[in-house]
Design a protein around this ligand. Structure first.
Ligand code: NDP
Length: 289
């Protein structure tokens, strides 16, 4: 928080402003999460949600920063546009070609980062004790969400990583971008027949409309787990699929959401909030309707 001098010289307190842009954005939990982080860490800030369609992205971001905004989260379908917008990018954002966090730097330039992968891996490893090393992992989807999680997953040294997507060329191209960083291939859903995985991550937006990609029987290995990057108050279609297919754990992306938000908060404020209590609170709120 800083002090601003108003038109008539009066001293006025001003508050640092942040926001999440996306389309649609009405169900976002990000403002609530950042409000809890701010209270927990004693930071004064404002965090709002704005519905911004892709064609208005550039002008909306420019306006937000011109009016003094300090940082933005960008969600579906804006992450690739945010990557283009950022003046400088962190290494993980460079690799993923998708940005979910923009931060104004002291020199006025805009830094782009991607905290999704860190958020997912922290949720899997620390919160759910699912180790990724030496296992067979499948990612469904090849959009902005998938892009952000590939490099952090490969850093954990899985045995194999397969990207399967409805538009096959996108999966093949995406996997090719990461060749040399691990054993990774891209394919269509029909090529999954007779394959088995220890962890299946759903990074399609199909869940948002209650749909599922076509998945063959036997795809999930015994004692394998499922993780839907999407989340909601009800079980998502993919979390239900995991349960029906005897997954050891079938989880949704609420933990990832909180963990990626904590990483963004750290980038903006230099303080790392405590996430466990926030995940528990949001979980209990949705269980109570
Ligand atoms: P994008 O719009 O960038 O990509 C969407 C992907 O879903 C594409 O691969 C698309 O395939 C595929 N898809 C859409 N509809 C269907 C369908 N009916 N059947 C099969 N595939 C389909 O979205 P994002 O990657 O940004 O987001 C994907 C999901 O991940 C969303 O649910 C989002 O909420 C979630 N997410 C959650 C996060 C969290 O913190 N928990 C963080 C990031 C994402 P095609 O290429 O063929 O169009």
């Amino acid at each position: 928080m800083g002090i601003m001098v108003g038109e008539k010289g009066a001293m006025m307190a001003h508050i640092d402003r942040y926001a999440v842009f996306g389309h649609p954005i009405n169900h976002t939990k990000s403002p609530r999460i950042h409000q809890i982080f701010a209270e927990q860490t004693g930071q004064a800030l404002e965090y709002t949600a704005q519905d911004v369609p892709a064609e208005q992205f550039e002008s909306a971001v420019a306006r937000f920063f011109t009016e003094g905004g300090k940082g933005l989260n960008c969600t579906l379908p804006l992450k690739e546009l945010a990557w283009n917008y950022a003046t400088n990018k962190t290494e993980r954002a460079q690799l993923s070609k998708a940005v979910n966090t923009l931060a104004v730097q002291p020199d006025g330039s805009v830094l782009g980062d991607n905290t999704d992968g860190k958020g997912l891996v922290t949720d899997l490893l620390a919160n759910h004790k699912i180790s990724l090393s030496g296992i067979r992992i499948l990612i469904l989807g090849a959009g902005g969400g998938a892009r952000g999680i590939i490099a952090p997953i490969l850093e954990q040294c899985p045995k194999t990583l397969v990207i399967a997507n409805r538009t096959v060329e996108k999966a093949v191209k995406l996997a090719a971008e990461f060749h040399g960083k691990g054993f990774i291939t891209g394919c269509g859903f029909e090529a999954l027949e007779y394959q088995q995985f220890d962890l299946i991550l759903n990074a399609t937006s199909a869940s948002l409309s209650g749909k599922l990609p076509p998945l063959p029987i036997g795809l999930l290995a015994t004692n394998g787990s499922c993780y839907d990057l999407a989340y909601g108050n009800e079980l998502t279609a993919f979390v239900r699929w995991g349960i029906e297919n005897q997954a050891l754990k079938s989880l949704d992306g609420l933990g990832m959401l909180v963990e990626q938000a904590a990483e963004a908060f750290f980038i903006w404020r230099g303080i790392r909030p405590e996430t466990q209590a926030v995940i528990e609170l949001l979980n209990s709120e949705r269980q109570n309707g």
